[in-house]
Design a binder for this molecule. Structure first.
Ligand code: BJ8
Length: 425
């Protein structure tokens, strides 16, 4: 990486030595898991470039944005409305972490028996090895699972943390509460930036973010083909990068890739062999760089064709209605979109079970891998209902509980190979 970045990182108050240690294995891992894939779409070049310079150019853009008076807002959940952040002329980045490296640091202030995503996210800030965290003016948390909502109290000791109150149900009083929270966030961001969220700016931001979601939907639609024109690993990577790249550029690059994928489909070309066991992954999110599960499935002869996760369909399936003409109507549409997301933090959450069955059919999958981050209770508890529904639908399912370390890779290989053999028969 360029020396210019080192100066930028130092200016951001990063721990350069620790940062070097953290990034050192990334090129090797990326080569093994990504660059070594055969017959990859050419359109992946851009995303390879982004990963190759993961803490460089995009961070520079955000630093420049701040130098010209802009704000950078970081969040950890798909409920936080990017549209409002963007309408206030602030940059929005998603900071969920999927690396093992900062987990031990997170464990200094959080219980060990807590979801690794939370421990890694807090650990990244404490270790000062994430330039996105360093460049952020404040973070927006939410009251989803208990682990997250209590962790924001701790994170606030290291960076100002604003919390949105997410209801736990989807009844009328809950809808009112969420709409109020959306309004409250609009006021917060206006105060932070000094910029008014006008009806025009909000309408533009809604369209911008919807276009990004539409591009991702197009990408996922391409994955319905057999053979799949792109690996699950690559598609997951793109979903992960959606959280922090510039939205217009990201949309353009995904659409360019989709042109190529659609051409591949017409020619019957794919990344996997036709008839390879097709897998739907569902459950906890897989933030960058948690690639282990996909690597094991695809290294064992399967192909992941869809993720019913927040680094998958839950990120893009619901769009915000664009037909509003007043600020109130736009805010109501943003609020409706949020409550259309079927996160396991809601109770009841039958609609997620329906989503999984629907997606399993749409993507013509042969089996479902239920991915549960260790100690993630909402998804773990919800497994029972999902398993029952899938069994009734005659769809094989396996539950995998894991974290971001490599310690269980061998065990995962054994279990997933057996599962793939079983569903291929
Ligand atoms: S909308 S899934 S991004 S809360 S942190 S619930 S893994 S124990 S992330 Fe999430 Fe929003 Fe829901 Fe999606 Fe479990 Fe860990 Fe909690 Fe997690």
């Amino acid at each position: 990486m360029s020396n210019d970045w080192r100066k930028m990182w130092a200016d951001l108050g990063m721990d350069l030595e620790k940062h070097d240690e953290f990034l050192a294995p990334l090129p090797g891992i990326y080569q093994d898991l990504y660059l070594s894939q055969e017959n990859r779409p050419k359109g992946m070049d851009f995303f390879d470039f982004v990963v190759g310079d993961i803490h460089g150019i995009r961070v520079r853009e955000l630093v420049d944005h701040k130098s010209s008076g802009g704000k950078v807002v970081a969040s950890f959940c798909v409920f936080v409305p990017d549209e409002i952040t963007i309408a206030a002329e602030a940059a929005s980045i998603g900071l969920c972490a999927g690396a093992q490296f900062p987990v031990p640091t997170g464990e200094k202030v959080l219980p060990r028996s807590l979801c690794p995503l939370i421990k890694a996210s807090v650990g990244f800030k404490m270790d000062r090895i994430c330039p996105y965290f360093q460049v952020a003016d404040f973070v927006v948390g939410e009251t989803t699972c208990d682990g997250k909502k209590k962790a924001w109290e701790i994170l606030d000791e290291f960076i100002p943390t604003y919390v949105m109150e997410l209801p736990q149900r989807k009844e009328e009083p809950d809808k009112k509460l969420w709409l109020e929270e959306i309004r409250r966030y609009k006021e917060k961001i206006e105060n932070e930036t000094g910029n008014e969220v006008t009806v025009e700016k909000l309408a533009d931001a809604i369209k911008l973010v919807n276009r990004k979601r539409a591009a991702l939907k197009r990408l996922y639609n391409a994955r319905k083909a057999d053979p799949a024109p792109i690996s699950g690993k690559d598609a997951l990577l793109i979903s992960e990068l959606a959280f922090f790249d510039d939205p217009s550029r990201f949309t353009e690059k995904v659409n360019t890739l989709c042109d190529e994928l659609e051409e591949r489909i017409t020619k019957g070309e794919g990344i996997s062999r036709k008839g390879a066991p097709r897998i739907l992954v569902t459950g906890s999110p897989q933030p960058i760089p948690s690639w282990k599960l996909h690597a094991v499935i695809e290294g064992s002869g399967g192909v992941v064709v869809c993720e019913e996760t927040c680094t998958g369909t839950r990120y893009f399936e619901n769009t915000v209605r664009e037909d509003g003409s007043t600020l109130d109507e736009h805010l109501a549409a943003i609020s409706e979109r949020g409550l259309g997301i079927n996160c396991a933090c809601f109770s009841p959450n039958e609609a997620r079970v329906d989503d999984i069955i629907r997606l399993a059919r749409e993507y013509r999958v042969d089996g479902v891998v239920y991915y549960n981050l260790q100690f993630c209770q909402p998804y773990s508890i919800e497994y029972r209902k999902v398993e029952k529904a899938l069994q009734e639908a005659g769809m094989p399912v396996i539950k995998i509980e894991s974290d971001f370390s490599d310690e269980d890779t061998g065990q995962l290989q054994t279990r997933l190979q057996a599962f793939l053999e079983m569903i291929e028969r």
